[in-house]
Design a protein around this ligand. Structure first.
Ligand code: ADP
Ligand code: MG
Ligand code: MG
Length: 445
């Protein structure tokens, strides 16, 4: 295991004051020993722990990876220590999970609202149009989903300008990392315990993370609700690991499969309605004044949701488009896509807006504009491919939520673990798979 130079020198400078690796840490009592040696040992301990506990991903450098089971695995990229996160915001984010779960369910039942809200997007975005077609077919035959299962993840950043927790987006399909996220929290708890004397950090301040178990339990309970004991034939639950990107539908075959699944009596995670509620356009529509009131009764819940909404605008708002062209760095331009790497920032954002404006058609309707959130950056030790390096980073906290209901009976409506992702602050998008971001957990302060 190689230890990156910047990382090692940082440790030498500080002796073994690993505690100082996170912003605002109290000064450490320099323990005996060489900082570089302790750091190497920690990185090695962590990497071995990853291998032993399955905190691994496919290794792109190994051609047999992904084709031969058990071959070509590498530890997932991770931050060596958890990122400090105020307990106040943690509690706020956790409380939001069941409210968002309920909101998704309520909105999903209003087919006309979904169709109307996405009607302009549909004209210019073929992918959304195809999803809406399936949705319309289900509306036409009055298809009812009595049992509804949602495995969601609502993502947040702490905005340093307003010192508030703001939602980035809500994912309702193929929400990633419940499995690896749970493991990273466990890795950090283990390191904090093992290096307690050096770090002086209480492992109990890393919240336990049972995302994988809780999601599995929700899937299991959905199967139980389906309650059909005929010998393994009918499909009770369909979980979509793919299907959120146009690339997942290379031909008509995939689209007819999606339609067939939707027509079936299986519990779909997500149903076409749940999928559509999670689109960026719906996020923007739900943030409009008085819209939440259509779907939720509890005023406190509504206030809690609104508090975490950042500025969101559709592009028929000429004033905002003008502002964004003038000050592109204060905005993010988002198409109706998932999976990272699709948003536009800065120069690209400005150029795209100008181009779309000149086209004068409905092209602008494919996008939404969002207020750019600026989290405070801190120094972090990132470990990738066995190499540790130090960089300025910002973080995004995802809170998993599980929801299961059968007609009027709500069986599960819970916050179900979390996922911290930390990325170098110079990168706009990040993305763990893309190599800019690492898996992380939180240390409550
Ligand atoms: P996706 O569905 O592709 O994950 P996101 O809305 O989560 O789309 O955007 C991808 C990434 O872009 C986020 O993880 C975050 O790092 C960054 N991002 C998105 N919206 C904002 C924003 N308003 N301010 C700052 N960064 C953002
Ligand atoms: Mg998403
Ligand atoms: Mg995202």
């Amino acid at each position: 295991l190689a230890v990156g130079d910047s990382c090692a020198s940082h440790f030498r400078r500080r002796g073994v004051s690993l505690r100082a690796m996170r912003a605002e840490a109290p000064p450490s009592v320099a323990p005996a020993g060489d900082g570089k040696a302790v750091l190497s040992e920690m990185v090695e301990t962590a990497a071995v722990w990853c291998a032993a506990h399955g905190l691994v991903v496919g290794d792109r450098d190994n051609p047999r990876s992904g084709t031969v089971p058990g071959v070509g695995l590498v530890h997932a990229p991770f931050s060596l220590l958890p990122t400090r996160f105020p307990a106040y915001f943690w509690k706020q984010a956790c409380e939001l999970a069941p409210i968002f779960n309920e909101l998704v369910d309520r909105v999903s039942l209003d087919g006309k609202f979904l169709q109307d809200s996405l009607s302009r997007t549909k004209q210019v975005d073929d992918f959304t149009a195809r999803l809406l077609e399936i949705h319309a077919e289900m509306m036409a035959v009055n298809k009812k989903e009595d049992i509804r299962l949602g495995l969601h993840r609502s993502d947040y950043m702490l905005d340093s300008e307003t010192n508030s927790l703001l939602q980035i987006e809500l994912n309702t399909i193929s929400t990633s990392f419940p499995g690896l996220g749970s493991l990273v929290s466990e890795l950090h708890r283990t390191l904090l315990k093992q290096y307690r004397e050096v770090l002086g950090l209480d492992s109990e301040r890393v919240p336990r993370n049972y995302a994988a178990t809780q999601f599995a339990e929700a899937l299991g309970k959905a199967w139980a609700e389906y309650n059909n004991d005929r010998d393994g034939r009918p499909v009770a639950v369909v979980y979509f690991r793919a299907g959120y990107s146009p690339n997942d539908y290379p031909s008509e075959v995939e689209w007819s499969a999606r339609l067939l699944i939707e027509q079936s009596s299986a519990i779909k995670c997500p149903s076409i309605s749940y999928h559509l509620v999670g689109t960026k356009k719906m996020q923007q529509e739900l943030a409009k004044p008085t819209v939440l009131e259509r779907f939720l009764d509890n005023e406190e819940d509504i206030a809690k949701l609104r508090k975490c909404f950042a500025g969101l605008w559709s592009l028929d708002n000429e004033e905002i488009v003008k502002s964004a062209i003038e000050k592109p760095d204060l905005f993010v331009l988002k198409p109706q896509r998932e999976g990272g790497g699709n948003n536009l920032y800065g120069h690209d954002l400005r150029e795209t807006l100008i181009r779309l404006q000149n086209e004068q058609g409905e092209a602008l309707a494919a996008y939404i504009l969002m207020q750019r959130i600026f989290p405070r950056a801190s120094l972090t030790h990132l470990v990738q491919g066995g190499v540790c390096f130090e960089d300025l980073t910002i973080s995004e906290l995802g809170i998993f939520g599980a929801y299961l209901r059968n007609k009027d009976k709500v069986i599960i409506n819970d916050q179900s673990g979390y996922l911290m992702r930390t990325k170098v602050s110079s990168s706009n998008e990040g993305g763990v798979a893309a190599g800019f971001a690492v898996l992380d957990s939180i240390l409550l302060t």
